[in-house]
Ligand binder design. Structure first.
Ligand SMILES: Nc1ncnc2c1ncn2[C@@H]1O[C@H](COP(=O)(O)OP(=O)(O)OP(=O)(O)O)[C@@H](O)[C@H]1O
Ligand SMILES: [Mg+2]
Length: 273
């Protein structure tokens, strides 16, 4: 073997073991970066053991489309408004150093759940960070229905000490998205949400998944105490109002109730284009 060939063979072997000698040459550098990216991915997997336990559930894309979860269909179907909302929410949360967001409204039926889902899906597709979508509307749980899922266990079971978090998390085959369904509805949800068990959940989520966005869906603010209780566990809030429906009086009242909280913005929903 010629000296040159020998040197090249040696280089190939060295490149495979990512010798720092080859960092200088471009091909070697990409090999190194590729190698480290792979290693990093492995490490990430290892430090998130619960993610690997997350149950994967099949969803029917037609159901999502019918239920207006448009954010899944990438840029093609995503409205400009949703892209703007995603950007604004991400920018604001970044400025605040926040990673948890509560979606609420003054009155029921204005589009909180759909906004929370579309936001969660679109963020999960935009940034390389997992988004945890929590159905904290224990009075009328509905996130599972939007995904076309028949789920009976969720946050309610955790709060009643009947299940642990890793057993309740779901991945609806959407990369980077994890859902914590509400489970069966609970009439005394405000007390349970205010109990120490909820605090442990928030701590567990925040502590174990520091690089994760957490989006909580909730009931309406002026109909029960739940959102106010939940607001104590999040860094930021998003208020949804329905065009031509939510009254100025109710918006004022909602802001008054949340006066000490960090409201990052208001979504003007169902406006006619
Ligand atoms: N931007 C929108 N365009 C069209 N329809 C919408 C929009 N947002 C929500 N809807 C529809 O309005 C209805 C209520 O939406 P959603 O369930 O998100 O409201 P909600 O505020 O979570 O209600 P609740 O207070 O009962 O939990 C649903 O039928 C949903 O499909
Ligand atoms: Mg809802």
């Amino acid at each position: 073997m010629s000296k040159l060939k020998k040197a090249m063979e040696k280089a190939k072997v060295a490149r495979n073991v990512v010798s720092p000698d080859f960092i200088k040459d471009e091909e070697g550098l990409s090999a190194v970066l590729g190698h480290y990216a792979e290693k990093h991915a492995q490490v990430r997997k290892e430090i998130s053991p619960t993610y690997s336990r997350t149950r994967i559930v099949d969803i029917d894309e037609r159901v999502l489309e019918k239920n207006k979860i448009v954010s899944l269909f990438h840029e093609r179907a995503m409205t400009d408004q949703l892209k703007i909302l995603r950007t604004q929410v991400l920018n604001r949360m970044k400025q605040l150093g926040a990673n948890s967001l509560l979606v609420t409204s003054a009155d029921p039926g204005v589009g909180k759940t759909l906004t929370a889902i579309n936001l969660a899906v679109s963020i999960s597709q935009e940034v390389d960070q997992t988004v945890l979508l929590v159905d904290a509307d224990l009075r009328t749980p509905s996130i599972h229905r939007y995904f076309g899922l028949d789920i009976s266990k969720g946050l309610a079971d955790y709060l009643l000490h009947q299940a642990e978090l890793p057993d309740l998390l779901l991945n609806p085959r959407i990369e980077n998205l994890v859902v914590l369904p509400a489970g069966n509805g609970l009439p005394n949800s405000a007390e349970l949400l205010g109990a120490p068990r909820m605090e442990s959940l928030v701590k567990e989520i925040k502590g174990r998944y520091t690089d994760r966005f957490i989006i909580y869906d909730s009931p309406a603010l002026l109909s029960c105490a739940d959102p106010l209780v939940l607001s104590g566990f999040v860094d930021s809030l998003l208020l949804v109002v329905e065009a031509e429906k939510t009254s100025t009086k109710d918006i004022r009242q909602a802001f008054e109730v949340l006066r000490e909280k960090t409201i990052i913005g208001t979504v003007f929903n169902k406006a006619k284009g």
